[in-house]
Design a protein around this ligand. Sequence first.
Ligand code: GDP
Ligand code: MG
Length: 216
Amino acid sequence: MVVISGENHEPIFIEGKGHFFTMLSQTREALAAARAPVTKAKVCFVGDREVGKTSLIRRYVQGSFREAYVATLGAKVSSTYALTEQDGKTYGMKLVLWDIMGSSGFRETFKEAYFHGVHAVVAVFDLTRRPSLRQLSTWFASVEDITKPAVRLLMGNKADLADERVVTMEEGREFSEGLKCPYMEVSAKTGKGVAAAFDTLLKKLVKALPELAEER
Ligand SMILES: Nc1nc2c(ncn2[C@@H]2O[C@H](COP(=O)(O)OP(=O)(O)O)[C@@H](O)[C@H]2O)c(=O)[nH]1
Ligand SMILES: [Mg+2]
């Protein structure tokens, strides 16, 4: 299977299967202004359907939220530029965010193409649905070989639904300890915690990608 990736705004395609991908792009002028070195990182989102993967990416990249659920067909790639500070230095990063359809059939069929060259895996579950947390073990087990060196982050989404939540912060933390990764609670709806969670991811990426460690 071959992944052909285009420039920004160009469609990209996984050859042979005919699944269509679209690429969105948003450039942040701040990046150019800060003259920070830019490194590209591929970030793959995983998790059950309707946990809010697409919504979290939309919130972060576009700053918006949609109430209606529209199932992600195949996978969708968005990119954005972000800055982070580490030890008094500023780093720029182009994040290429891969949003996959939640079904396990799709995962099994496409995992090699989807996770090829991945730098970070963001695992998302819904704080109002405990099975969506347990399900993540299956996700990780099925892609462990491919994603082993990648940075990991666990996001508990829909924190705005305080009355409906069933997964406690303690449970989320315990699960993340098993994955050896940070745990962040977020709401794509209100935006709460989203910037902090992505910044945590950026900082982990800066540490993990040695080529980023050079001085400005
Ligand atoms: N209340 C609330 N609803 C959310 C949140 N994030 C996503 N949703 C809703 O949950 C549904 C599924 O979201 P979506 O991003 O499509 O999930 P995906 O299948 O994991 O990509 C949609 O109806 C969203 O509007 C959130 O933080 N709070
Ligand atoms: Mg989706």
